[in-house]
Design a protein around this ligand. Structure first.
Ligand code: ADP
Ligand code: MG
Length: 379
């Protein structure tokens, strides 16, 4: 990747700039918990965005996307927003830095990445974090704190890309640390690193490559259920609810709301259980919790789909330690924790069985937990 970016940069802008990288992310456990004030548990992965950057002494950004073979040139004022969607991520990051009183001047850049687009590994957060971190280093003496860099990425999505996302993806891409996952408390925004060194295991995402668009905004309906139950309990979010509290009002709420809230409460407990298990190096418990999350997402929260349940069933049959839907649901990936010796047979089986039923193979993305946004070491 380095060589092709160097070459593209030199051809377009002549000479060389400084290389920066930022990763995509996965989430081990903690799904649909962010808007309930709960915990998420992401880690940065070894799939990256890499950008070569050099100030150009003008007030314009000149950007070349190697993967899309597309070029954009734009100024730094609000009215200068580029039309290409990929360039809006870079423009948005520049604007959000400026809005916070930071400094951005014109620069040249060529960039490329190997985070699969739209697979649920957050290639967009990788792109934002890569540029936010680079701009912090090049123009601001690294005076912008790391949490603010994550917020700059999140605001970019909100204000320039039309995606109303939470903070997890950008947070993970900025703060990622090799061999560690991060438990982020979505209420206090405090976080803690936990060791994640699954020796003898592989972590692999299996992408169903399906996305079911549902008409009646299931996401908003899930949120509304959670909010109703919290209100009925007299608490701000389900973060403060327990199963005893929920059972005490069971007859006053709909069965649907009951099961939605049950999932959220149990998921919060599961994240905490996984943290304890990781400290103890107990990956069997981690895996069991992943299956429980899948079951809860499928049966209680009802955000799974046939294809994802099938991937989960195959994993179970193959003896995979842990497997669950990753992300919002209704399609996308499962995340799987697989013993080394079962990895090859599992991948072969899942490809074959899935294709036999749905006509196409799932995509396979092995991932290794890695460091967050940074300057590239081997310039
Ligand atoms: P994801 O779940 O991967 O974040 P998004 O739809 O949020 O998917 O973001 C994908 C968008 O990010 C792409 O449409 C493109 O605009 C931009 N992007 C991601 N990776 C690249 C890349 N390697 N080169 C150019 N643009 C990219
Ligand atoms: Mg995205």
């Amino acid at each position: 990747m380095k060589e092709k970016i160097n070459k593209a940069f030199n051809e377009r802008f002549s000479g060389a700039g400084t290389l920066y990288v930022a990763p995509g992310r996965f989430n081990l456990i903690g799904e649909h918990t962010d808007y309930n004030g709960g915990f998420v548990f992401p880690g940065a992965i070894d799939k990256l965005m890499m950008a070569e950057i050099r100030p150009n002494g003008t007030d314009k950004v000149r950007a070349y996307s190697f993967d899309l073979d597309d070029y954009a040139e734009f100024g730094l004022n609000e009215a200068d927003a580029p039309t290409q969607s990929w360039a809006r991520y870079i423009f948005g990051v520049c604007r959000e830095v400026l809005k916070r009183g930071g400094k951005v001047e014109g620069f040249d850049t060529a960039f490329a990445g190997n985070v699969p687009l739209g697979a649920g590994l957050s290639s967009s957060a990788a792109l934002e974090s890569c540029f936010a971190n680079a701009i912090n280093d090049i123009f601001n003496d690294n005076s912008i704190d790391k949490f603010e860099l994550a917020r700059i990425g999140q605001s970019t999505e909100h204000n320039y890309c039309g995606v109303n996302c939470g903070i997890m993806d950008q947070f993970a891409s900025v703060f990622g640390k090799k061999d560690h996952l991060m438990r982020l408390d979505c209420r206090s925004m405090e976080f803690e690193y936990f060791p994640f060194k699954p020796e003898g295991y592989k972590l692999v995402l299996v992408d169903s490559v399906v996305k079911h668009e549902l008409a009646d905004s299931p996401y908003n309906k899930r949120r509304a259920s959670c909010e109703r139950v919290a209100k009925r309990l007299g608490i701000e979010t389900l973060r403060d609810a327990t199963m005893e509290m929920l059972d005490a009002i069971k007859t006053d709420i709909t069965a649907e709301d009951y099961f939605r809230a049950k999932f959220v409460i149990e998921e919060k407990e599961r994240v905490l259980a996984v943290c304890d298990a990781l400290v103890a190096g107990d990956y069997d418990t981690v895996g069991r919790c992943m299956y429980e999350t899948h079951h809860g997402l499928s049966k209680d929260y009802e955000v799974s789909c046939e294809e994802l349940d099938y991937l989960n069933d195959i994993a179970k049959e193959c003896g995979v330690t842990g497997s669950r839907i990753m992300g919002g649901g209704f399609g996308g990936c499962t995340v799987n924790l697989v013993k080394d010796e079962l990895y090859e047979p599992f991948i072969a089986t899942v490809k074959e069985k899935f294709k036999a039923r749905y006509g196409h193979e799932p995509k396979i993305y092995p991932v290794v937990v890695s460091d967050g946004a940074r300057i590239y070491e081997n310039q």
